[in-house]
Every structure is written in C-alpha cells, then in structure tokens.
Design a protein around this ligand. Structure first.
Ligand code: H2U
Ligand code: ZN
Length: 352
C-alpha cells in the first residue's frame, strides 16, 4: 500500500481510534506564510497582567516578586477540593458523580514577554522541576488519583493571557483519555512484557522518517497516527511511568527537547506558535502501572500559515478525524527548520 498518495486509514494504538489520511488532497500545503505576522510588542513587565510579579489578581491576592517560577491555586477553579460527595441516577441512563480536585496555575517565568522557545534551557529545566514537584505533591494526596499538567498557548487556543504559564488539574477520577491510554498500554504490556511506546519508538528509530528532534534521552516525533497537521509526541527513550522517576540527565534532556521542538514550531510560520500540550502519566491511586510510558502530546491547530487553522468539523465531528498532509510530510517540514529562534536570528542579522 502506498502511504504517500493513496487515501488510507491509520490506527492510533494509544486511543484505539482511526484517522483518515488523504495525501492526494495535499496540494503543496507548505508555501510558507502568506500574511505578515503582527510584530510582538509585549513588554517584559505588564502592570495590568495578573500573572506578572507583584501584581494583584482578581481574587485580591498579590503575586510575590518571584524570580523563576510561581505556582498558585486557580482563583476560578473548575474543581473544588472539599466538594460534595455522592452520585445521581435516573432510569439507568442519567448518571452523574460528584467530582473533587485542585486546579493550579504555574507561571513559567517572571518575564511577561517570553515563552518556552524564548527561555534559556536552564530556566526550562526549572519548569521541569516544578512540574515534577507538583506531580509528586498532588499525586501523593490520597484523594487525588490523576494529575493533568498542560499548557494552553495562544489566543487561538482560548488562552486568556500571553504571560507564559500552564495549568495543573488534579482530581479523584482518571479522566477519559488517560484512562483509555491506561487500558491500551496495559493490554499491550500484558501481551508483550514491554511498554507499547518503547516498541513504537524502536520502530520509529529504524527510519527516523517521523522524527523532528532528538537527544540522548528524548525524542520528539510526529506520531504515525497524528490528527492535527503538526501534532507531535515527546517521548523519553527509557520507559518511566511519571516525572518523578526521571534522572537528572533525563530532566535536562526534557528541557532541551522542549526548547528544540518549540523553537521549530515558532520558526514554522515565524509567529508564537499556538498549541495545547501536556503530559500523560500513570494514575496516582497507589497501584503499580508498569505498562505506563510517560509522554507529552503537542496539539497545535495551525495548518498552512499564521492564521489558517485546521477545522475539526463535519466529517471529523460526526465520523472520525481526517488529515491531508501526511505525518511524514509534517515531520520533514519541522525537521528542516533552523534550530535558532527566528527572533534571535533576526537580532543577530541586525548586529552584523
Ligand atoms: P488560561 O489562560 O490557560 O486559561 O489560564 C489562566 C487561568 O488563570 C484561568 O484558568 C486563572 C483563570 O481561571 N486566573 C486566576 O487564577 N486568577 C486571576 O486573577 C485571573 C485568571
Ligand atoms: Zn505578565
């Protein structure tokens, strides 16, 4: 079967879902940007920003003069720690359960004008350490069985504030997607005695056709079954179940791979590239999860330029996901981009 020109379906073994791929429709989707991006005019400190150091938040709390990272309880949390317990049922079809948890906000940097690709790697490493400690503390709570660490970046993704930040929601139940990934990874581990993603990485390693960037401890690749045009997965070479099991070298490696990947994302259309990204890790209910292989998903909406996004509509909403450009084409495109941020490159040209 020809994966480069024939319409076909690809299977996602993590979610046990399919994506329809229509490569014959991809008429040169990478002509580069078509409109001039708006210049980025963010100041290093914004007196009106509720995440900048020293500023008041809506709740009346005042942020400390933090120098690296700052984590606080979300003032408008989707989950409450001491909520009601109990459930609701009617006729066997209407079911509801009380849910409890914590919502935290993590500022990656005191600088209002930076994002991950513009931060120094040692500073990203501190973010990795903060994620790890949040996972350890929240996951250690007996009432918390799953911790979701994520970042929503860009107004296109519904992010309310350009100040670099992410969120951490932790809760009593395991939400749908990590719960599906637990089921599929366990099925694979029970049959093969190895994690699904270790075996997947070994297949990808043979050709590296879908690799974007790699280092000694991590790989960022466009998964074979990617849905979003420039979707990637960030995988540790060693199968670990959660962030707390990473060695010092692997934490450094994660900071490096995040820098390398997000710089290429920004360079793709020479804009601050929007995405939703986050970790998938083992549930924190105290059971053993040898099948779990920690990873990150990057889910960016853009297709063709700074403003042309992929729409998940019609067939996608009613049948299943579909894409035109193949995962291999997306990986080729990302891999070929320079590893120096376009703003840094532009500044260096001015100096010459
Ligand atoms: P997003 O922009 O990624 O949605 O995150 C911002 C979060 O910050 C959002 O969940 C919270 C919002 O509830 N927030 C506060 O906790 N305090 C504030 O003063 C404003 C916004
Ligand atoms: Zn700010």
């Amino acid at each position: 079967m020809d994966l480069t020109s024939q319409p076909h379906r690809r299977h996602n073994p993590l979610l046990d879902e399919w994506v329809l791929v229509s490569p014959h429709r991809a008429k040169r989707p990478w002509q580069g940007q078509q409109e001039k991006p708006q210049p980025d005019t963010r100041p290093a400190y914004d007196p009106t920003c509720y995440l900048c150091p020293g500023n008041p938040r809506t709740s009346g709390a005042v942020n400390p003069q933090y120098e690296h990272q700052f984590v606080f309880d979300n003032d408008f949390p989707a989950l409450l720690p001491n909520g009601e317990t109990g459930s609701f049922e009617e006729g066997g079809l209407l079911r509801a359960e009380a849910e409890t948890g914590h919502c935290r906000v993590l500022c990656f940097s005191p600088r209002h004008d930076l994002t991950l690709p513009e931060m120094e790697i040692p500073e990203i490493r501190r973010v990795v350490d903060t994620w790890t400690e949040e996972f350890r503390t929240l996951g250690g709570d007996p009432n918390i069985n799953y911790v979701q660490i994520f970042e929503n970046k860009g107004f296109m993704m519904g992010c309310s504030n350009p100040h670099p930040h992410g969120q951490i929601w932790s809760q009593r139940t395991v939400p749908d997607l990590p719960s599906k990934e637990t089921r599929t990874q366990k099925g694979y581990f029970d049959r093969h005695g190895r994690t699904m993603l270790a075996d997947y990485l070994a297949i990808e390693e043979k050709t590296k056709a879908r690799f974007v960037v790699e280092n000694d401890t991590w790989v960022a690749l466009v998964p074979f079954w990617a849905v979003w045009p420039f979707e990637t997965m960030v995988l540790p070479r060693r199968a670990v179940q959660d962030l707390t099991q990473l060695t010092e070298q692997e934490r450094d490696g994660l900071a490096d791979i995040l820098s390398q990947l997000t710089i290429r994302y920004d360079n793709l259309f020479e804009i601050s590239f929007p995405y939703s990204a986050g970790f998938h890790q083992r549930p924190t209910d105290g059971q053993a999860y040898p099948e779990w292989h920690l990873h990150m998903h990057f889910l960016p909406p853009l297709l063709r330029s700074a403003t042309v996004k992929k729409f998940m509509v019609g067939y996608e909403l009613l049948a299943n996901a579909q894409r035109d450009i193949t995962a291999e084409q997306a990986a080729d495109r990302l891999r070929a981009l320079p590893g120096v941020h376009y703003k840094v490159a532009a500044a260096a040209n001015i100096l010459h």
